[in-house]
Ligand binder design. Sequence first.
Ligand SMILES: Cc1cc2nc3c(=O)[nH]c(=O)nc-3n(C[C@H](O)[C@H](O)[C@H](O)COP(=O)(O)OP(=O)(O)OC[C@H]3O[C@@H](n4cnc5c(N)ncnc54)[C@H](O)[C@@H]3O)c2cc1C
Length: 220
Amino acid sequence: MIGAGCTLQELADAPEIPEALREAALGMGSRNVRNRATVGGNIAADRPCSCLIPSLLVLDATLQVAGMDGVGAGLTRQIGLAEWLQAPSGLILEVKLPTADALAAGSRRAAYARWARTATDAAVLGVAVSFRLQETSIRDLRVAIGGVASKSRRDHKLEKRFESWPVQASVDDRPAIEAAALPFLLPDEFGTVGADFRRVRGAALFADVLTAAMDRGGAR
Ligand SMILES: Cc1cc2nc3c(=O)[nH]c(=O)nc-3n(C[C@H](O)[C@H](O)[C@H](O)COP(=O)(O)OP(=O)(O)OC[C@H]3O[C@@H](n4cnc5c(N)ncnc54)[C@H](O)[C@@H]3O)c2cc1C
């Protein structure tokens, strides 16, 4: 369980969090910003390339929220992050990661990476994946991408395309993953970085992240 007031630096320093979430917290490149930005604020700001939202979505995060619309005064509600992002309201109190045990046990793998113009600039693209390995193929794949569309959300078409994808020596497989992902990346026209660049770079980043999760070998 992660308190909503936890800063991104505290999150990055916590020894027990899944590696894909630490990578996401450190994705906010400036330590000064990480010392100020909170988990609740990063989720609620819901920026096009929120560093935390992609990883939290692929880790099936749930939120404990007080004062949500339609919930009695003084009461809290537990709600999936994906559902909350559709109609945000109330004060986020804490974040739970139901998949944390599976990641720690190695039965689920996850990874995150981002692309930014400079090391401390806000990210332009962020990609997170998590999956279970069944024999030698990917199962229950979750993919979340930020910066291709105007919000960071799960990409169910990419998930379907790569469900059951064989896990080979990932270094050999990376070009095939990138080529297979490219037609699925359909950027919105927004922001200052062109759609064509975000499409091509997004496919490359997805291939990097999927192969990194394959190579993670089950350790968180
Ligand atoms: C140089 C720089 C680089 C940056 N890079 C990145 C980046 O790579 N990725 C990225 O995602 N962001 C980046 N940011 C943006 C910044 O980190 C976010 O603004 C920050 O994450 C917001 O967190 P906060 O705690 O400051 O929230 P606040 O700014 O305090 O709040 C944001 C919004 O969330 C609401 N809110 C806050 N807490 C809660 C809560 N518990 N429950 C419900 N609503 C709440 C507030 O009312 C407000 O509407 C960058 C900023 C700078 C200056």
